[in-house]
Design a protein around this ligand. Structure first.
Ligand SMILES: [Zn+2]
Length: 192
């Protein structure tokens, strides 16, 4: 099997990440690679603006969220929920430390890595440079953790593995429909 080179990854210090505010649980065995989209947050953000978008997502994840009636709908998390984020121009950002469980796929956080694509892919497909970075990163992780291709899944698939999962459209209909092609591209990269 070909050894996959490590892609260039923008480290936390380079996007001015906040330090985690709380203890986090260690990941157990990594069995799944879970794909997300970030919807409005990070849509059309490229270049330096993508760094700001990643920081905004971290701030959002680390704060409480209330509905119109003042009911708490999301508690604050210790850190950004995803392990990796990829902007539309293909920049890969380091999210939560890979040693720790993320907060991205309720019911599967203890054994998965969360990868978020910046943007809203309900109707549009991934951009070519974003796709290249995703396939490269997935190949690296698949090789490192011996993840079966069928375990490269969308957030919306989690509920089929664990009924405690969340009903969600994530990672968007258009991106979700690209998943089988993404799995094939990852396999091709690993076998080429
Ligand atoms: Zn998601």
């Amino acid at each position: 099997m070909k050894i996959i080179s490590k892609p260039y990854i923008i480290l936390r210090r380079d996007w001015n990440a906040r330090n985690p505010t709380d203890k986090m649980n260690y990941l157990s065995k990594i069995n799944y690679l879970v794909i997300h989209h970030t919807t409005f947050n990070g849509d059309n953000k490229i270049g330096e603006y993508a760094k700001e978008a990643v920081l905004d997502i971290q701030k959002y994840h680390m704060s409480k969220k209330y509905d119109n009636q003042g009911n708490l709908i999301k508690n604050k998390w210790a850190d950004i929920g995803y392990h990796y984020l990829i902007s539309m121009d293909g920049q890969i950002f380091q999210g939560r430390d890979i040693n720790f469980q993320g907060a991205h796929a309720y019911g599967l956080n203890d054994k998965s890595i969360g990868i978020a694509l910046l943007g809203n892919f309900s109707h549009k497909e991934l951009y070519p440079s974003q796709m290249r970075s995703l396939v490269h990163l997935l190949a690296l992780l698949k090789q490192k953790y011996s993840t079966p291709s069928t375990n490269i899944i969308g957030h919306r698939d989690v509920i089929n593995l664990n009924p405690d999962g969340t009903i969600t459209e994530c990672p968007g209909i258009a991106l979700y429909s690209q998943l089988s092609m993404i799995r094939s591209s990852v396999e091709n990269l690993l076998s080429s």
